[in-house]
Design a binder for this molecule. Structure first.
Ligand SMILES: *Cc1c(COP(=O)(O)O)cnc(C)c1O
Length: 456
C-alpha cells in the first residue's frame, strides 16, 4: 500500500474529525460568509505524482479552493431554484459516502429497500397514489428524460412497436405539446432522439405561463394519433401551474402520455393553502420532482414517478449473465439510466425521518412567506416593476439595468440573484427554497437591493 494511503488508513478517525471540525465551522458561518464568490484567478496545478496525504490535501483545499466557493447552501442565495442541505440530509450524505453502497440489487444489501421505503414516503408527501412507482435519479433533467423515455415507449406501444428495440425512427412523426416548458425538456428530447424541434408550444392564458387548456385541446384534436403532453407545475419565472385536472380529463377524449414537470412546484402539495395548485398531479403518467431543490438534500437527487413501470423496464433493462433478470419486482439497474448507482435515497430518508412531513411543510410555508414579504417590499423600491403575482416562492421583477444591479448585489456579499427574460422583458428572479431562509433574510436582501439601485 502507498505509504500515505496506509498512514491515512491508520489515522482515519482523526482525519474525519478534522474534516468534521472544518465543515462545522463553515456551516456555522454560512449565514455571514459572502453569498457569491468573486471570480479568482484559475491556475491549474499539474497532477501530483506523489500525493500529500489527506490531511495536507484538506489544508490545500481550504487555502486554494474553499475561499472561491459560494454560500449557495445558505439562506440568502436566491439564484436559480436552490436548496441547501438540512442537518439530517448532510448526515445522510456523509454516511452515503462512508457505506458506499451500490444501490442496484438486493443480492447483498438492504440499501435498495431503503430506497423503496423512501420512494413510498415521497409518494405520500406529494399525495400520490399507489399506482405510481418511483426511482431516484440525479436531478430533474434526468427525471424529465426518464419520464419522456417512458412516454416515447408508450407512443410506440400504441402502434404495436417497441422503440427500445426498433429505435425512434420506427415511430414516424412525434408530437410533443407543452405551454411553457423548462429548458431541460428540450435537452431531454434531444437526448432521446425525438429532437428539440418536435416540441410544439401551445398558447398560454393571458398574462400567465399556464397553458390554455382549450388551445391544448384544439392542438390534440388536430393530431392524428397519440402524442406526448408535458404539463408544467411550477414554471421558473413566475411559478405558474397548468391546470392538471383539466388536462388529465382530456385523456378520455385524446390519446396522450401526460408527463408533469413538477421539479419544485410539486412541493406546493405540502401546504394546505397551496396544494390546489397541484390538484390532479396523481393522474399523470410520469412525474418529475427535484429533491436537491426544495427537499433540501445535497446535490444530486431527484425522483421520477411513473404509472408504467412495465414500459420503464422495456427502456432501461440491462440483461447480463451475472445480473438478476428483468422480471417480477426488478432490481433498480433495470429501471434507470445508470447501472451502478449511488444510494441517493439516504439523504432524503434522513431528512424525512428527522423532520417528517410537518417539518418539511414548515420549510415550504416559511419560504413562501419570505417570498411574499420580498414581493411586497421590492414593489416599493424605486424603478422596480414586479412582473407577476407571487404565487409560491419566486419573485420576478424588472429594473432598468439588470446586469449592473445583479453585479452590485453579488458584490455586496449579502445575496445572489439570477437574471431571466420574462415575455421579452429582462428581469431578476429571487427564488426562496432554502431551509434556513426566513423573513429576516428577505429584509436583508431588500436592503442590499435598495442600496444597489441607489448606487447604480
Ligand atoms: C430545476 C428545474 C429543472 C432541472 O433540474 P436539474 O435538477 O437542474 O436537472 C427542470 N424543470 C424545472 C421546472 C426546474 O425548476
Amino acid at each position: 500500500m502507498d505509504s500515505r494511503l496506509a498512514a491515512d488508513l491508520a489515522g482515519l478517525p482523526d482525519l474525519l474529525t478534522a474534516a468534521r471540525d472544518y465543515a462545522a465551522g463553515i456551516l456555522d458561518d454560512l449565514g455571514e460568509r459572502p453569498v457569491a464568490a468573486t471570480r479568482a484567478e484559475f491556475a491549474p496545478q499539474p497532477l501530483p505524482v506523489a500525493g500529500v496525504g489527506a490531511a495536507r490535501a484538506l489544508q490545500v483545499f481550504r487555502e486554494r479552493w474553499a475561499p472561491g466557493f459560494s454560500g449557495s447552501a445558505g439562506p440568502r442565495y436566491l439564484g436559480f431554484v436552490t436548496g441547501g442541505a438540512t442537518p439530517a440530509a448532510l448526515v445522510g450524505d456523509w454516511l452515503t459516502g462512508a457505506f458506499d453502497q451500490n444501490a442496484v440489487t438486493r443480492q447483498d444489501s438492504s440499501a435498495v429497500d431503503l430506497e423503496r421505503e423512501t420512494v413510498g414516503w415521497l409518494r405520500s408527501l406529494f399525495g400520490l397514489g399507489a399506482g405510481h412507482h418511483g426511482t431516484f435519479v440525479s436531478g430533474a433533467t434526468m427525471s424529465n428524460t426518464v419520464g419522456l423515455a417512458i412516454g416515447r415507449e408508450w407512443l410506440g406501444a400504441q402502434q404495436g412497436i417497441s422503440v427500445a428495440r426498433q429505435g425512434v425512427a420506427a415511430l414516424g412523426d412525434i408530437s410533443v405539446l407543452s405551454g411553457a416548458p423548462h429548458s431541460s425538456i428540450y435537452k431531454a428530447l434531444s437526448m432521446l432522439g425525438i429532437g428539440r424541434d418536435q416540441l410544439r408550444t401551445v398558447p398560454l392564458l393571458d398574462d400567465r405561463e399556464a397553458v390554455d387548456v382549450a388551445a391544448l385541446e384544439a392542438a390534440l384534436a388536430a393530431i392524428d394519433g397519440p402524442a406526448i403532453v408535458v404539463a408544467n407545475a411550477g414554471t421558473v419565472n413566475t411559478v405558474d401551474f397548468d391546470d392538471l385536472s383539466a388536462i388529465s380529463r382530456l385523456k378520455s377524449k385524446y390519446p396522450f402520455w401526460l408527463h408533469v414537470d413538477a421539479a419544485f412546484g410539486g412541493f406546493a402539495a405540502l401546504s394546505e393553502d397551496h396544494k390546489h395548485l397541484v390538484a390532479g398531479l396523481d393522474q399523470a403518467d410520469s412525474i418529475c420532482i427535484d429533491l436537491h431543490k426544495w427537499l433540501n438534500v445535497p446535490y444530486d437527487a431527484a425522483i421520477q414517478f411513473t404509472r408504467r413501470r412495465d414500459l420503464q423496464l422495456n427502456v432501461f433493462q440491462n440483461a447480463a449473465a451475472y445480473l438478476t433478470p428483468p422480471e417480477g419486482d426488478p432490481d433498480l439497474f433495470h429501471l434507470t439510466p445508470e447501472n451502478s448507482r449511488r444510494l441517493r435515497a439516504l439523504t432524503a430518508w434522513f431528512t424525512l425521518a428527522a423532520y417528517g412531513a410537518e417539518g418539511h411543510r414548515e420549510v415550504v410555508e416559511r419560504n413562501v412567506a419570505a417570498a411574499r414579504r420580498f414581493g411586497e417590499q421590492v414593489a416599493g423600491l424605486p424603478g422596480v416593476r414586479v412582473l407577476a403575482p407571487v404565487r409560491l416562492n419566486v419573485v420576478c421583477f424588472a429594473v432598468d439595468d439588470v446586469p449592473a444591479v445583479l453585479a452590485a448585489v453579488a458584490r455586496s456579499g449579502e445575496a445572489f440573484l439570477t437574471p431571466t427574460v420574462h415575455r421579452g422583458v429582462p428581469a431578476l428572479r429571487a427564488a426562496f427554497a432554502n431551509w434556513r431562509t426566513g423573513e429576516a433574510d428577505a429584509d436583508r436582501v431588500i436592503a442590499a437591493l435598495a442600496k444597489a439601485l441607489a448606487d447604480g
